[in-house]
Design a protein around this ligand. Structure first.
Ligand SMILES: [Zn+2]
Length: 350
């Protein structure tokens, strides 16, 4: 008699998921003041075949909702019966901030400075602990999606810990316009995940409390590309491969030198040379104007959407780019590839 090598059930939050199936699980977080229960809502795709366990999460900052939409669209394209490995999707990590349109928790803490958290700590600490122990620690890899803060826009970009060639390969495979290698902030999800041996891509794209199609499509395409690279899905095609991402290790925020109103002359995606005028700030009568100049050659990766600026307010975020040629063409090509090549249909993920 031959014994078939059967793939295990995936156990999470007291639920067992059979290979080739999905399940929705509500992990209890907290009793709310008015008596309702707050849960961490997750959906697990447990592939029929063996493979890595990964997570895709969004809205750790409750108003950074672009990833919630990206996850919704990615899930529509996947069938666990055709997948290898297991994906834990968390469309909203900070459900408290999500319902109040806020970056923070009701205790005014920043969840992304509260990891790994503790079972009996603050509300933020308890949520961080549940997300970390039930989701992150079970995985070997994950993608966490953020947007810019309120009134700011981020050109889609991938941020990774520096000095990890495997991670860099996945970051480049994602195909966002820019890949940034940078040190990790203490208490952030990426910092504690790294200590636990979980590799992570952080996607930044778009604006808080808004959806924009360029950011959403970059995210959906990027995640599918990474899943293919990890041999978790097979696809016939994944849109045209756009020009490679620009790579950088140094970024700098340019701040307003005076109060007034600001006109940006180089919004996100623009290639700039050292000394170029990137913004002009005027007083409210328009009598005095000050130019803001690019400190180095690079690409604008974020900007303020709010033209009212106090002295010291951040106006533009610029990444220094070593391979400078073709940076703006790259963004254009990525836009072209995203909008002119239809995303793969469900049937094309096999
Ligand atoms: Zn964020």
């Amino acid at each position: 008699m031959t014994i078939r090598n059967k793939r295990d059930l995936f156990e999470i939050g007291g639920t067992s998921i059979a290979p080739g199936k999905t399940a929705d699980i509500a992990l209890p977080i907290s009793d709310l003041s008015a008596g309702m229960q707050a849960n961490l809502e997750i959906r697990v795709f447990h592939g029929r075949r063996a493979g890595p366990i990964i997570f895709v999460s969004a809205a750790i900052h409750g108003d950074e909702i672009i990833g919630t939409e990206i996850i919704r669209r990615v899930m529509k394209k996947l069938k666990p019966s055709r997948m290898a490995g297991t994906i834990i999707f968390v469309p909203v990590v900070n459900m408290f901030g999500f319902i109040t349109h806020s970056r923070y928790l009701p205790d005014r803490r920043d969840l992304n400075r509260s990891f790994p958290g503790t079972e009996r700590g603050s509300l933020a600490s308890q949520l961080a602990n549940m997300f970390f122990t039930e989701v992150i620690e079970r995985c070997t890899f994950g993608i966490d999606i953020h947007s810019a803060a309120l009134h700011r826009y981020n050109l889609p970009q991938i941020r990774i810990a520096s000095g990890n060639s495997n991670l860099k390969e996945l970051a480049l495979e994602f195909g966002a316009p820019v890949v940034i290698e940078a040190p990790l902030r203490p208490g952030s999800l990426r910092a504690v995940a790294k200590e636990a041996g979980v590799e992570m891509l952080l996607m930044e794209a778009g604006e808080a409390l808004r959806f924009d199609e360029f950011s959403v499509l970059t995210g959906v395409n990027g995640i599918l590309r990474v899943l293919k690279k990890l041999d978790m899905i097979e696809t016939k095609r994944l849109g045209k491969k756009a020009a490679p991402s620009a790579q950088t290790t140094k970024t700098s925020w340019l701040r307003s030198t005076k109060g007034g109103t600001c006109r940006l002359t180089a919004p996100s995606g623009t290639k700039v040379h050292e000394g170029d005028i990137v913004a002009i700030v005027s007083d409210i009568f328009g009598d005095e104007e000050e130019e803001v100049h690019a400190p180095f050659d690079g690409i604008v990766i974020g900007h303020s959407n709010l033209p009212v600026a106090n002295q010291g307010d951040a106006l533009l975020h610029i990444a220094q780019v070593k391979q400078f040629d073709g940076v703006d063409e790259r963004v254009e090509q990525i836009e072209d590839a995203l909008f002119n090549e239809p995303l793969l249909d469900e049937d094309e993920v096999i």
